[in-house]
Design a protein around this ligand. Sequence first.
Ligand code: NAP
Ligand code: GDD
Length: 342
Amino acid sequence: MMPLLLRDPHLSKHALITGITGQDGSHLAEHLLSLGYKVHGIVRRVALEVPDQRFGRIQHLLDRVTLHAASLESYPSIFHVISHIDFDECYHLAAQSFVAESFTDGFSTMNTNINGTHYMLAALRELRPRCRFYFAGSSEMFGKVRETPQKETTPFYPRSPYGISKVAGFELTRNYRESYGMFACSGMLFNHEGPRRGFEFVTRKITSTVAKIKAGLANELKLGNLDAQRDWGHAADYVRAMHLMLQQDEPDDYVVATGETHTVREFCELAFSEAGLDYKDYVKVDERLLRPAEVDLLVGDASKARKQLGWQPTYAFRDLVREMVQNDMRLIAEPHAAHAVH
Ligand code: NAP
Ligand code: GDD
């Protein structure tokens, strides 16, 4: 018997997002809803659920999105969800996304990121072969960079289990496109941040600690490599590029970046100065936070996305830092304030 397919005939397009509770998933859901999409999201079940926390980033969207339980570790759970809903586009964002953690537990990172992507592609090929698929590739794939700036043709040289897992996901996506004619694209997205960023990533670690120091709740910030350079954009800008990739005539892969690079030290300098503080008085280097292998310099050339997708970022680096610091200071002043909506 054919499974029941849930589709609202009055809405134009339907999308499925994995990782909808994450930073990008929440921005993308918001963007697609604003375009009139019906949005489905995959969330994993946890035994001790604290909905306010785990759904914090999508709290304001909960009455407009439909959530389905599945785990990237389980092919049957993914198959089950995909067989019960109908959708035109699938944005596969779920992953173990923290590079440092991938050194601690490379096995679960590989399992989630590589097998999870393979499960998604295999289930789509079987059940929704005409669905358009987006894979969340990363500038970490360029790793120990072979050329600067990095573009679509730059060879990969990943430097962490996370980077390796993203190269595998990228190659799987390309292989399904070429082998089975699926509309499958990868975004090679450079770092993107914002007030919804997880607290363990360096930008949010800096801005949340700046806010604590300003409020007298902390007196130092321990960091690892201050000289690492990153091309930092804003997540709200980057999810627009994901959507544009799936609206093209042909599937393809695109670099998404600002084209500007800054050191972690520069981020600190600006974030502390935003609160009227001098980073040199508070930042301490803790060697335990250095990575076994570092990605020293990332800066992307997004000319192809700019030209073919008509995409461009709207946030300047300084505005991104300011927004994150202001948001974290507000969260301390008003601890029950909802997650920032920017
Ligand atoms: P994030 O905030 O860490 O969100 C990750 C999402 O994946 C969360 O919703 C998480 O769900 C979900 N997830 C993790 N393991 C799962 C599993 N086993 N089963 C089901 N769901 C699982 O990441 P992000 O910053 O939004 O990034 C989105 C994607 O883009 C990731 O694939 C990341 O690797 C990639 N990327 C990010 C950047 C960036 O700078 N942000 C750049 C390039 C590529 P829970 O809520 O249950 O934890
Ligand atoms: N997290 C963290 N914590 N990073 C630190 C610290 C610290 O205390 N001190 C220095 N860093 C340096 C890291 O060594 C790295 O060079 C840089 O800050 C950025 O680290 P993260 O913010 O953790 O991000 P990432 O660049 O490793 O990875 C992010 O961007 C990738 C795209 O390039 C993640 O979002 C990945 O999922 C994404 O693919």
